[in-house]
Design a protein around this ligand. Structure first.
Ligand SMILES: Cc1cc2nc3c(=O)[nH]c(=O)nc-3n(C[C@H](O)[C@H](O)[C@H](O)COP(=O)(O)O)c2cc1C
Length: 326
């Protein structure tokens, strides 16, 4: 029903608008046990699959299976139970900022091809207080929740450690883990925070306010040398691991969909073979350097079993999906 009736209607709408409609529709199903069960029944052709053989231990967090929703799908914590009921083991919320921020002017999210997204949302977030209020609905649910940390646009690099830490401290009770997101392509200067010295300051500030596992999320566009620097920071500071990767701002990948996109700001995600490949290569590289010393969460272009297995074979322990869920 979704593919034959609902999706064709949604495809005619602006990409961000339809996404918001789907997310809020899922939010509404959370108002009663019956509607959640119906969602589960429709999505899973019966009951949600539960199989102990699929259990994964992610840095001490018990996941029923290795598949999470990645950051960006539910930035504010509106549809956690609904996403869990359709089979995901948990949800990474965010990125969450200290203060509300509208993000860039719309339209700012396009489907370049079916399954391939370009967005320059620019960290739209209702801010940590509103997110905390939304997440209070899930207090007793025990659904694993990652919280992706972001910073407001006007934050100077020197203030980034505090800006990350303040969100982690505020949402600490809600989080199963935190992700330091220094890799979104849409906040000017953010990716510079992946540099060793900047990253160390952020990691230290966040580690001071939480004992939850902390991951660092990297861009697929980093050089291997820069990835090695991130690995060193993660290991030296006893962090849980790395999330590889965010979307790409590679101009040649954008240009494949028309010259008009080549110079457009923003990140490409989803079903693009080149993006998927550079993202998987980063996982492979990290795993070669450190093996199982840290956990790798693989994300980037996963759309089916084959593309999921590709990341697992490269060394990912857990997977995330964002653009593929539409
Ligand atoms: C519309 C959209 C918004 C996103 N917002 C965030 C974000 O706020 N924080 C973050 O760390 N990643 C964000 N991402 C990146 C995704 O989490 C993911 O790393 C990337 O899209 C690659 O995965 P995919 O191919 O499954 O989409 C966003 C992606 C999309 C498509």
């Amino acid at each position: 029903m979704y593919k034959s009736i609902i999706r064709p209607v949604l495809d005619k709408l602006d990409s961000e608008t339809w996404h918001n409609i789907v997310r809020e529709g899922m939010h509404i199903t959370e108002t009663s046990v019956a509607s959640l069960k119906l969602l589960e029944f429709l999505a899973c052709s019966g009951n949600r699959l539960v199989d102990e053989k699929l259990n994964v231990n992610l840095s001490g967090i018990k996941l029923e299976n290795p598949l999470l929703i990645g950051a960006g799908w539910d930035k504010s914590g509106r549809a956690v139970k609904a996403l869990y009921s359709i089979g995901f083991a948990g949800v990474e919320i965010g990125s969450v900022l200290e203060y509300p921020q509208p993000g860039n002017p719309q339209p700012r999210q396009f489907m370049l091809n079916p399954g391939v997204c370009l967005n320059w949302l620019g960290f739209n977030s209702p801010g940590m207080k509103t997110v905390g209020y939304y997440l209070s609905r899930y207090k007793n649910s025990e659904i694993p929740l990652g919280i992706s940390l972001g910073i407001n646009k006007y934050i100077e690099p020197k203030d980034a450690p505090f800006a990350n830490a303040v969100v982690a401290e505020y949402l600490d009770d809600d989080a199963s883990y935190f992700a330091i997101n220094v890799s979104s392509p849409n906040t000017p200067g953010l990716r510079k925070l992946q540099d060793k010295d900047n990253l160390i300051d952020i990691v230290q500030a966040v580690s001071e306010v939480t004992e939850k596992p902390v991951f660092v999320k990297i861009a697929p566009d980093l050089t291997n040398q820069a990835v090695d620097d991130v690995i060193k920071v993660v290991i030296d500071h006893g962090l849980a691991g790395i999330i590889a990767t965010n979307s790409t701002n590679n101009p040649s990948i954008k240009a494949k969909y028309g010259n008009e996109w080549e110079k457009q700001d923003g990140g490409v995600s989803g079903d693009d073979g080149d993006f998927r490949m550079i993202s998987t290569i980063k996982i492979e590289h990290i795993y070669k350097q450190v093996g199982d010393k840290i956990d790798i969460i693989g994300v980037g272009g996963i759309k089916d079993t084959e593309t999921a297995l590709e990341k697992i074979r490269a060394g990912a322990k857990v997977l995330q999906i964002v653009t593929g869920l539409r």
